[in-house]
Ligand binder design. Structure first.
Ligand SMILES: Cc1cc2nc3c(=O)[nH]c(=O)nc-3n(C[C@H](O)[C@H](O)[C@H](O)COP(=O)(O)OP(=O)(O)OC[C@H]3O[C@@H](n4cnc5c(N)ncnc54)[C@H](O)[C@@H]3O)c2cc1C
Ligand code: SF4
Length: 587
């Protein structure tokens, strides 16, 4: 039996980027806000100390910042006819845990999605009509660029994104991304300096007629104080960035940008090591009444709240909705139901180059330092007759070649022994790779549901992922690899090797933590779970925020859009919902 606590105005589930932003905005509006976070309290000075943070065994191998699989994991399978098995070690993706969420150990590449993305189904149908494959279940988002742009700007200011604008109010700017949507203002900080490999790539692609630009980065190029009065320092290119916390206050995350301001608010309370098990509903099923959570000792509490915000990352957002009976569970056989629908991933492509005459000093780097091009991304090129839609963001971002993880050797080299050691020594300094983070388009049979067999320590079903790369995305991957290979050849290496998406999805090797969908936004309740304000259809006082709202995944990283959606939802709550609480916001 859960112990009932005094009611609050707002309870927020999860204190990553989305939960921290919404908590701050609602507390600033005067509401009493309680943030419940499953993991521990994390703080740069204590947890990411310079003396202990560059520990590859602890953070990369033993995954210390990630959710413990024994606390919660998911089961995986490729198709509805298979039996799913649990992930006992994180592989394909790296879910976060604790204040700051995955934003503590993310890489920091911070794109905005393009204007066409928000009406992707309409756009592609208008352009390619009957050529679109029936296997795809692409959807419009129910919002548009004009509505999203101000909130992208707010997120970029909060995080101090470093980059070069490519399009300000319709005027193209040399050196920026010519394919980006019109921005209202430049990035708040200039681009970071660039190591040798991205510069070599940029020179090559410029000669090939493409337009390289610096990757928009949440790793700060200079000292910066954000609009909440929180100050960050410039990145030192330390090379222990992706999968690590930043000891330098240089990587924007909820704990380096929002939490210091949020914790000063007397009407905000953070409760860490508190895992929310369920959103409670009234008898009508049309109003959330609060949440049930377990603290570190396992004691159960009921936290009543007038407004419930779930910002627990894609997987747990969807799982909590399924466990709480919110919406109808998606059924791939009939296409009915929306909770779990349109789960999508990201299609990873890369080409590795080995040189004889170069020294890239690959230990210098960071998760979001690099140069890219967008000529092969999304619908930036004509897909007529190609047999697929979508594409990828092509870039060279040396994240830092740490000694255990980074031992690239050409295929065919023995995996151990003196020949492997000799090849490691020969190639470590003189190899680089070109990556292409590409779209993943939704299909009828890729979805999220509750596993019928496996349960967590509280006895609740684990989330089950049913996913495989559709034929559309495999063709797109082959196209991207052919383009990357042309660039690689022009860079004149001794040898190079491409790695595209040819077979089934394999959950073991890391690919990307950009899992999206399952509780998607849209203009109609029949085909989406939340409206354009992230408000659950039919449950007006429940908002579910995060990449779970994406109807499909473009060839970009998600977090700029997650941050923008968090601001968009908070703005709608403060300026519209609170004037008529308990009502669905009109569109
Ligand atoms: C290695 C890595 C690299 C990445 N690189 C990039 C990149 O370069 N660019 C980019 O755009 N994105 C990147 N991402 C993705 C990025 O980290 C996420 O998009 C972002 O963190 C999502 O923010 P969020 O607030 O929605 O979720 P999270 O950051 O996951 O925060 C959710 C929080 O909710 C908590 N929570 C979950 N369930 C419960 C529960 N039941 N009760 C209470 N609390 C709960 C979690 O512990 C967590 O703290 C990367 C991710 C990883 C792991
Ligand atoms: S590369 Fe920069 S942002 Fe990343 S951890 Fe090192 S100092 Fe921090």
């Amino acid at each position: 039996m859960a112990r009932k606590l005094p009611a609050t105005d707002v309870v927020v589930v999860g204190l990553g980027w989305a939960g921290a932003i919404v908590s701050h905005e609602l507390a600033a509006a005067g509401l009493s806000v309680i943030g419940l976070e499953r993991g521990p309290w994390r703080d740069t000075a204590v947890d990411f100390n310079i003396a202990s943070i560059a520990d590859e065994l602890r953070y990369s191998r033993r995954q210390e910042l990630m959710l413990r699989n024994r606390q919660n994991t998911c089961t995986v399978r490729n198709s509805p006819s298979e039996t799913a098995l649990p992930m006992r070690v994180w592989g394909s993706f790296h879910p976060g845990n604790g204040t700051g969420g995955a934003g503590n150990h993310w890489a920091g590449i911070t794109f905005r999605f393009q204007p066409e993305e928000f009406r992707l189904h309409s756009h592609l149908t208008e352009r390619y009509g009957k050529e679109l494959s029936p296997e795809l279940t692409l959807q419009d988002w129910g919002t548009d660029w004009e509505e999203m742009e101000p909130f992208y700007t707010r997120f970029e200011r909060l995080a101090g994104i470093s980059g070069q604008a490519g399009n300000i109010k319709g005027t193209l700017i040399e050196g920026g991304n010519p394919f980006e949507g019109p921005r209202s203002e430049p990035y708040p900080n200039p681009p970071t300096a660039q190591p040798y490999a991205p510069m070599l790539f940029a020179d090559t692609v410029r000669n090939l007629g493409y337009k390289p630009f610096p990757a928009p980065s949440a790793l700060l190029s200079q000292g910066y104080t954000n609009p909440l009065g929180v100050t960050m320092g410039p990145c030192t290119f330390c090379g222990f960035c992706t999968n690590y916390g930043c000891a330098n206050y240089s990587k924007a995350s909820a704990i380096t940008t929002v939490m210091p301001a949020l914790m000063r608010k007397p009407n905000f309370t953070a409760r860490t090591n508190c895992e929310v098990l369920q959103v409670t509903m009234d008898n009508s099923g049309k109003q959330a009444t609060g949440v049930i959570y377990a603290d570190a000792s396992g004691e159960l509490f009921e936290q009543p709240a007038a407004l419930v915000i779930v910002a627990a990352f894609t997987f747990e957002n969807v799982r909590l909705m399924l466990l709480s009976g919110v919406g109808e569970a998606y059924d791939p056989a009939t296409g009915r139901g929306t909770t779990g629908r349109n789960f999508a991933y990201q299609t990873a492509n890369s080409v590795r180059l080995f040189f004889d005459d170069k020294n890239f000093n690959p230990f210098i780097g960071g998760g979001a330092i690099g140069m890219g091009i967008d000529e092969f991304n999304n619908d930036n090129f004509d897909h007529s007759g190609l047999g697929f839609v979508g594409g990828g963001s092509t870039r060279v971002t040396p994240i830092g070649a740490a000694p255990i993880d980074s031992r690239p050797v050409p295929p065919g080299t023995p995996a151990w022994g003196s020949q492997w050691k000799a090849a490691t020594v020969k190639n470590y300094l003189s190899t680089m790779s070109i990556g292409c983070e590409a779209s993943s388009y939704s299909t009828r049979t890729n979805y999220l549901s509750l596993d019928p067999t496996y349960r967590d320590p509280h006895g609740r079903p684990l989330l089950r992922i049913t996913f495989d790369f559709p034929e559309n995305d495999r063709r797109m991957s082959a196209f991207c690899i052919s383009k990357l290979s042309e660039i690689a050849k022009a860079m004149n290496p001794r040898e190079f090797y491409g790695a595209g998406q040819t077979g089934h999805w394999n959950s073991a090797p890391y690919q990307s933590s950009h899992v999206v969908g399952g509780f998607i936004m849209g203009a109609e309740a029949a085909t989406s779970s939340v409206n354009k304000y992230l408000q659950v259809w039919g449950v007006p006082n429940l908002f579910v925020i995060g990449a779970s709202a994406f109807p499909q995944n473009p060839g970009y990283n998600p977090t700029g859009t997650v941050g923008a959606l968090a601001y968009k939802a908070a703005d709608a709550i403060v300026n519209r919902y609170l004037k008529r609480p308990g009502e669905m916001l009109s569109l």
